[in-house]
Each structure stands twice: as structure tokens, then as C-alpha cells.
Design a protein around this ligand. Structure first.
Ligand SMILES: Nc1ncnc2c1ncn2[C@@H]1O[C@H](COP(=O)(O)OP(=O)(O)OP(=O)(O)O)[C@@H](O)[C@H]1O
Ligand SMILES: [Mg+2]
Length: 317
């Protein structure tokens, strides 16, 4: 059967209201000023989908929004990046959520109202839609309580339909970390947590032990280490990749999602995991050169140019 999409993304959709250059950290009962503001497409899954599509992959999105102005912004932004939005369910009884991002230097504080993303459930994801893709990417399980109990089933059915799979768990705002990795990870080809998420989900105290444990349960395990790059384990092979360090970070919003983009982009082309990981480090670094998660991903030609000129990345194609 013909695949319409290289990658199907199942995930959360919301907008980001980003406040920059805040004069000092917010305090109860007081008002602070931010020198600049932007309203953009938010959510880990949407940033991943947009960037992958900008790089030339064919991407379809399955998710749930309301039928409101935030949903219009989400759909318009995805469509502007050529992401297929026809499988997104719009429910007019629900509100599309938003994240307020307070940016401080390289870090940030965030508050999210999840809205419609709370209500995406397994039966919303039809096998007919899934099988239109070659690869399934899913992110942010703790923001999607409707689908969280069925993650193993989602990845298992994708595998049975012949797709490869990737999973970025993202942060758990409730800090319960209540997913069953023993049940889920066998069906996930690429697991993409950051360092803290890897420690908390594995219940281990150091990265090496966490990596060992996750790799025993799953397949390719890639742990993102912020400005220290990333470490990967597959079978007995461990690869540590130093970053393409950006010492002039604009912000790190979406750096993890952009890292995922680079990894999956090379993976679906059948590249060696070392190539996938190095390219992921590049796309993570690239993300930090512009504000927000998608601005640095214009065209593949531009990514090639910045990768070569600014980060000294050697492209083999
Ligand atoms: N200052 C930097 N210079 C170069 N690369 C960076 C820098 N910061 C992050 N990166 C790249 O981005 C990747 C992802 O960053 P990070 O470890 O912060 O992910 P994350 O915590 O999952 O992010 P997110 O909050 O977007 O989910 C890193 O593995 C690295 O490759
Ligand atoms: Mg992350």
C-alpha cells in the first residue's frame, strides 16, 4: 500500500504566549513588565511536526483541538509548514489550550492549560490513518491523560501496521511519572527523554545506569543532555555525542523537539544511528539560534548553510 506520509505525529496541540525580557521573577500580588511578547504555535508535537515538514518530510498530524481562535492559529501554522491537518479532530465543546511561557535567559517557567489535548483517546486514532505513515512519533504523554493509559497499545498497533516508532515522554507536571515503561518501550524504536526524564522514569540515580536499564527494556535509547549534547545506547553500543555548542543562545524553547526532528529525519532515511544522533545535535543547536521552536527551520537549504558555516557540520549529502 502507498504511504501518504513519511511520519504521522500523534500528539498535543496548543499555542504559546511567550513573554520575554521580564524585569524580575513574578511575585504574588505584584505586577512585572515584559519588554516583548509573541503568540505562536506551541506544543512539543507540533514543533516536531513543523520542523520535520520544513526539512522536506511528508508529515500528517493526529490530535484534538477546540474550534476557536487558538485552533485557527494552530491549524494555520501547521498548514503554513505543509503539515497535513486533515486528521486533526476539532471539537466545538472543547477549548484549545495555551501555555504561558516566562522566559529568563536560557531557562523558562511555564504554566499550561491543556484544554482539548486532555481528550484525545485511542479510539480517535484510526488504523486507516496510522497506516498512511511509515513512522509514528508521539510526544508529551503526561499532558494527554486520555491516551496515556493506552500508550503501549498505540505503539504496538503502529508496529503491527508496519510503522517504526519514536516517543518523547516530556515532563510530567504532576511529577508522578506513572507510565509503564516495561510495557511501552518494547514497541518503541527510538526513546527520546531528556536527562531528568530518563532518571525519573527509570528510577535510577545516574545517567549510565538509567541508560543501561532503559536499553535493556527498549531499543534505541537517546538521552538529551542540553548544552552537553546527547548520549545513546542501542544493544551494547553506547555513543556520546558532543554538541555543536551555541554560546549565543536566543532561547532553548523546543530544542528537545528539534533534536527529535533531526534524529527521526535521518532515521527514516535508513541512516546509521551515529549519523542520526550527530544530525539531531545539530538541529537541537540550530533551534537555539532563533526565538521559539520553529523559527530556525525555514528550508533544508538554509539548515545546510547554517550547519556548515556556523557549526562546521559536515553534510554527507
Ligand atoms: N546551548 C546549546 N548549544 C548547542 N546545542 C544545544 C544547546 N542547548 C541544547 N542543545 C541541543 O538541543 C538538545 C536538546 O536540548 P535539551 O537537553 O534541553 O532537551 P529537552 O530538555 O528535552 O528540551 P525541551 O525543553 O525542548 O523538551 C541537546 O541534546 C543538544 O543537542
Ligand atoms: Mg524535552
Amino acid at each position: 500500500m502507498k504511504n501518504n506520509f513519511d511520519v504521522i505525529v500523534v500528539g498535543e496541540l496548543n499555542v504559546d504566549i511567550i513573554l520575554n525580557q521580564i524585569d524580575s521573577f513574578p511575585e504574588m500580588g505584584k505586577e512585572k513588565l515584559a519588554s516583548s511578547m509573541s503568540l505562536t504555535l506551541g506544543s512539543s508535537s507540533a514543533i516536531f511536526a513543523s520542523n520535520l515538514s520544513s526539512m522536506g518530510a511528508k508529515v500528517g498530524f493526529i490530535g484534538k483541538t477546540g474550534k476557536d481562535t487558538f485552533a485557527d492559529l494552530v491549524l494555520d501554522s501547521l498548514q503554513a509548514k505543509n503539515v497535513d491537518t486533515s486528521m486533526i479532530i476539532q471539537d466545538d465543546s472543547l477549548a484549545t489550550g495555551a501555555t504561558i511561557v516566562l522566559n529568563f535567559d536560557q531557562d523558562r517557567a511555564m504554566v499550561t492549560h491543556p484544554g482539548a489535548m486532555n481528550y484525545l483517546i485511542l479510539s480517535d486514532i484510526s488504523p486507516d490513518h496510522l497506516k498512511q505513515g511509515k513512522h509514528l512519533h508521539f510526544a508529551s504523554c503526561f499532558l494527554q491523560p486520555g491516551i496515556k493509559p493506552d500508550l503501549a497499545n498505540l505503539f504496538k498497533s503502529a508496529k503491527e501496521l508496519g510503522l517504526t516508532t519514536s516517543f518523547d515522554p516530556q515532563w510530567d507536571p504532576a511529577e508522578k511519572w506513572d507510565i509503564d515503561i516495561e510495557e511501552i518501550l518494547p514497541h518503541v524504536d527510538i526513546f527520546l527523554p531528556n536527562k531528568v526524564e530518563a532518571l525519573l522514569l527509570s528510577g535510577e540515580k545516574d545517567i549510565e545506569t538509567a541508560l543501561d536499564k532503559l536499553a535493556r527494556i527498549g531499543n534505541i535509547i537517546v538521552i538529551k543532555l542540553g548544552e552537553k549534547g546527547s548520549i545513546l545506547k542501542h544493544g551494547n553500543k553506547v555513543i556520546k555525542a558532543t554538541p555543536f555548542l551555541n554560546t549565543n543562545v536566543v532561547d532553548a524553547i523546543g530544542a528537545g523537539d528539534s533534536f527529535n526532528t533531526g534524529f527521526v529525519y535521518k532515521f527514516i532515511q535508513g541512516e546509521d544511528i551515529r549519523v542520526c544522533q550527530t544530525f539531531a545535535n545539530l538541529t537541537g543547536a540550530l533551534n537555539t539560534t532563533e526565538p521559539g521552536g520553529t523559527a530556525a527551520f525555514t528550508t533544508m537549504a538554509n539548515i545546510l548553510k547554517i550547519g556548515k558555516e556556523r557549526f562546521g557540520y559536515k553534510f554527507e549529502d
